[in-house]
Design a protein around this ligand. Sequence first.
Ligand code: PMP
Length: 429
Amino acid sequence: MSRSETLFQQAQKSIPGGVNSPVRAFNGVGGSPVFIERAKGAYMWDADGQRYIDYVGSWGPMILGHNHPAVLQATLAAAERGLSFGTPTEVEITMAEKIKQIVPSIEKVRMVNSGTEATMTAIRLARGYTGRDKILKFEGNYHGHADSLLVKAGSGALTLGVPNSPGIPEDIAKHTLTVDYNDIDSVAKVFAEFGQDIACIIVEPVAGNMNCIPPQPGFLEGLRKICDDFGSVLIFDEVMSGFRAAPGGAQERYQVIPDLTTLGKVIGGGMPVGAFGGKQAIMDHIAPVGPVYQAGTLSGNPVAMAAGLATLNELAKPGLYEQLYARVEQLLSGMQQLADQAGIPFTTNRAGSMFGFFFTREKHVTSYQQATQCNMEHFKRFYHEMLKQGVYLAPSAYEGGFMSAAHSEADIEQTLAAAKIAFVALAAA
Ligand code: PMP
């Protein structure tokens, strides 16, 4: 038995399912998860000493690769000055100003500790601001695990087949309206009936929790117009797409400006951080300026701010995003070619440094329905063939992939060599 398998057995005795977040348990692909001991650049090493080229990047944050020297140094230096003060600090101002500069639709921003906190508060704020209870979200979009948002959710909830969780009172869930992603007509229909009661639309402007599905032309623009027509707040959940779909997130890539934005992952550089921000007129409803309450013992934590700021500073270096996009192109066009050669039905999606691949006969995957109808057996086999060869992909067909600035051309070539073997194995099965 491998050391990872031994550890997984031991973990299950004291931790539910052996993990502290569900998708890590490999329910989506079967088998035992690998326990990671350390990581550097594009690579992670497991408890048995095997090296992996990592395309998960801690589910998005590690856009510079693991343990980037500048991030590590800034983090250690901050830790030496103190781990937490529970007072305002100057680095929080620097962080807020930096975020405003990169994402200009954000006029004011509040730091929190996770994406879940960011989206939970953003919808509370939208409700408090509009005085309305209903919210609209999209089937297969995941916004963390707050009660109102864990309705027809993607990511781990979808992987486990429980997109609606028990434990959420019907009285809360009934205020969450869900419609189809990339289907503006379904949004218009719901607004025609309930528009005056809808506080906000919350959307992943690039869906990354039902695999990776970018917005169709006109979709985000349509959401903007409907929110304007009905006085509803448009929330872009850019916890995943922020700093990834483009430097300024999906709103920069697609040139549609939301009222509120939620951020996470990359802004923490690997430390637990989230943020929500947007129009000052809305943000001023948050305590202590306004009556909508939100707080956090560790919010704006100095060590986390240092790691996040160092990451954002590195991201500003010229050519970094061009390299990320070029690596995604190299990987996806290479995989498509290999799948075609092996006769495996396959297609890919991308938005900046986020990407997804699908085992399907469809040429373009643009909807939740298409994403859920892909060949799961192909995915699982492919996954384990790649893992065996030292390539770490997200262990679920409903998660996207993340490129980092540490991935070299040679890493991609090595990944493609593994993919060639995996596709051929699928064709032979
Ligand atoms: N929103 C989106 C779009 C996400 O992808 C995630 C997490 N994957 C969240 C919110 C929740 O973030 P966290 O896991 O940090 O609570």
